[in-house]
Design a protein around this ligand. Sequence first.
Ligand SMILES: Cc1cc2nc3c(=O)[nH]c(=O)nc-3n(C[C@H](O)[C@H](O)[C@H](O)COP(=O)(O)OP(=O)(O)OC[C@H]3O[C@@H](n4cnc5c(N)ncnc54)[C@H](O)[C@@H]3O)c2cc1C
Length: 392
Amino acid sequence: MSPPVLILGGGLIGLAIAHRLARCGLPVQVLSRHRREAAGFVAAGMLAPHAEGLTGALLELGQRSLALIPRWVEEIESDSGLTCGLRGCGIVVPCASAAERDAHPTAAWGEHLDRAALEREIPGIGPAWRAGLLFAQDGQIDNRRRLMRALERACVALGVHFEEGTEVLELLTESLDGQPRLRGVRLIGAEGEMRTLACGTAVLACGAWSARLLPALPVFPVKGQMLSLQGPRQALPRVLFGPGTYLVPRDDGLVVVGATSEPEAGFGEGLTPAGQRQLQAGITALLPEAGGWPPMERWWGFRPCTPDEAPLLGAGPIAGLWLATGHHRNGVLLAAITAELLAARLAPEASGSSGALTDEETSHFLQAFRWDRFAPGAAPAGRTPPEARAHP
Ligand SMILES: Cc1cc2nc3c(=O)[nH]c(=O)nc-3n(C[C@H](O)[C@H](O)[C@H](O)COP(=O)(O)OP(=O)(O)OC[C@H]3O[C@@H](n4cnc5c(N)ncnc54)[C@H](O)[C@@H]3O)c2cc1C
């Protein structure tokens, strides 16, 4: 049997790739420092290329991933025997005015709502919202309670070997024709033992921490604080995606509320009064009655961001080391296509037969999201910052 592909990081992206490669018949080993710190357990689980107002190649990537998600979820559910909580509930973006609605970067993909239509979609919506967009094609998945666990279970069922509590300390390289090539990793195991693991192929999926292993990568943390409320079942029929705050209703009435965006916090841990106040004010502005629903949990985590807010995918500066990081606010949405793109390069024969992506699409996306696109003069792949929207 060939040596395993090492997946460095057992968060959402690492698990999605491990699952896909194992389905292609490759031996896979996941090295995971701490599963609970993964942003995959933090996210709201919105599948929202349109509500997020993505543009350019990142919008294309998001739309393509959205189309892959139903089959991806079916595979995870059948391999794990667990459900993932996928809901095609649509997302409503409320706006202060019709002009703001019409200027939304993806307005052309949504149904345009006036105040009366907004009230029909979201009974009880705050009075300041005069217009909005309904993106019926966007949705959500219960990443925190279901998807992550289902992915882990699916990987185990397919024979993926997990080393939880194992931190990769260093990438070991050798020179081949003057180019660096991966020869292994140095790590510290769960019992504190240091060791070296030889490997020729690995995927770097360490989320916000990726640049600690490979400083050439322009990946940095953007902290986000969250909370949840227990609402009445069906009280909120769709995701409500306001500026700075969104409400994501799960099927049992739990409403996930996010999120602050704090690049200045670095890896600073914990909740802050200011962050929690911001979320509370957002809830009241979006759906006043939700201000009275009992709070359930509060948590935080780190988005892996890049200068253009788009991921780094494919080959990197070290031969044999593949990159799948920098998914920022859209890693849940992009996990399905990320796994497909990596499998297309690491297991081309098996993955090609799935027909999920054409060769042209694979090459197009891997070119658009290559790690060195930030060189001076290169065109950005990700989104251009949208006009800031404020609560009216
Ligand atoms: C507040 C918030 C809300 C979000 N909401 C959404 C949303 O609604 N929709 C959406 O699509 N996306 C959302 N995201 C983004 C999404 O969660 C991330 O893009 C995605 O989880 C990134 O996955 P990842 O595997 O790259 O990183 P992570 O899930 O963070 O996993 C990285 C893992 O690598 C491990 N690791 C790090 N360094 C090492 C090392 N040296 N050795 C071994 N292991 C290591 C860590 O322990 C961690 O478990 C949100 C994120 C946050 C923080």
